[in-house]
Design a protein around this ligand. Structure first.
Ligand SMILES: Nc1ncnc2c1ncn2[C@@H]1O[C@H](COP(=O)(O)OP(=O)(O)OP(=O)(O)O)[C@@H](O)[C@H]1O
Length: 257
């Protein structure tokens, strides 16, 4: 479970990224966070795994405060949280397998991982993860030889190899075409259902959020302005969230197979 209690984030230049956020995410939920550019979606995700510090409030991961954790405790909490970024964040000149094995670094000493000496169980986990996202045959390809969609699936496999219990995906499909978008979103959804990994996805496209999530959180100017099931997330409600009717470009249209 993830709990945000009265969380605010003020950037050093005084911009308010989040304003008194109270949210609870149960284990196994698939939640889409939507809102216009600058609404605070990235700030929210980055706060959850403490990629940056919050200014006020507390964030609890399975009852443990990540806000006040340090050293070993912080590393242990972070090990359970996998991040997926719009830009994939792979080591482009390394093989796919090496990139997936990077998900295991939190389990070993730095020295061991610098020399790339991962135990066989880790390699088995990495192959299993690649199989789950259907790119097993790319294991020995260089990451930069893969298409954008395949690279994003490597990033998902890395999180699986990490054995993360929470996936935070920050605009994971923003640089992908509609077909690849569907494949990546399908992977995320399948993993959520099969493994019960709590998944929080920032999405720009409202339709995509409605298609994949079970719950939608709407942000505006750093505040939660909608939190409910997909069925309640109508165009009218989104018009309220956005402060104006939806534009064509904010609706992707149904992504079909
Ligand atoms: N490093 C930073 N320094 C100062 N202000 C920032 C920083 N990062 C984000 N902000 C500001 O915080 C607010 C929330 O930004 P955030 O990136 O979280 O929004 P977002 O909903 O993810 O938007 P986008 O889709 O454009 O990334 C915005 O006003 C933004 O300009």
């Amino acid at each position: 479970m993830i709990e945000l209690r009265q969380v605010s984030k003020v950037y050093p230049n005084q911009t308010k990224g989040l304003n008194n956020i109270n949210l609870t995410f149960e284990q196994g939920e698939f939640v889409a966070v939507v809102g216009l550019s600058g609404a605070g979606k990235s700030t929210l995700l980055r706060s959850i795994n403490r990629l940056h510090d919050i200014s006020e409030g507390d964030i609890l991961i399975n009852g443990n405060s990540i806000t006040s954790a340090e050293g070993h405790e912080l590393r242990m909490i972070r090990r359970d949280i996998g991040m997926i970024f719009q830009s994939f964040n792979l080591v482009k000149r390394s093989t796919v397998l090496r990139n997936v094995l990077a998900g295991r670094v939190g389990y070993h000493s730095t020295l061991r991982t610098i020399f790339g000496r991962f135990p066989k169980e880790d390699v088995d986990l990495a192959f299993e993860a690649l199989e789950r996202v259907n790119i097993l045959e790319k294991a020995y390809s260089r990451a930069d030889q893969l298409s954008g969609g395949q690279q994003q699936r490597v990033a998902i496999a890395r999180v699986l190899a990490q054995e993360a219990k929470i996936i935070l995906a920050d605009e994971p499909v923003a640089s992908l075409d509609p077909l690849t978008t569907k494949q990546v979103m399908d992977d995320l959804k399948r993993i959520n259902q099969e493994l019960g990994i709590t998944t929080i996805v920032n999405l720009h496209f409202v339709d995509l959020a409605r298609q994949y999530a079970t719950r939608i959180v709407g942000l505006r100017a750093g505040e939660v302005v909608f939190d409910g099931p997909v069925a309640e997330a109508t165009d009218e409600r989104f018009a309220e969230i956005y402060g104006r009717p939806l534009l064509e470009g904010e609706l992707l249209g149904e992504v079909s197979a």
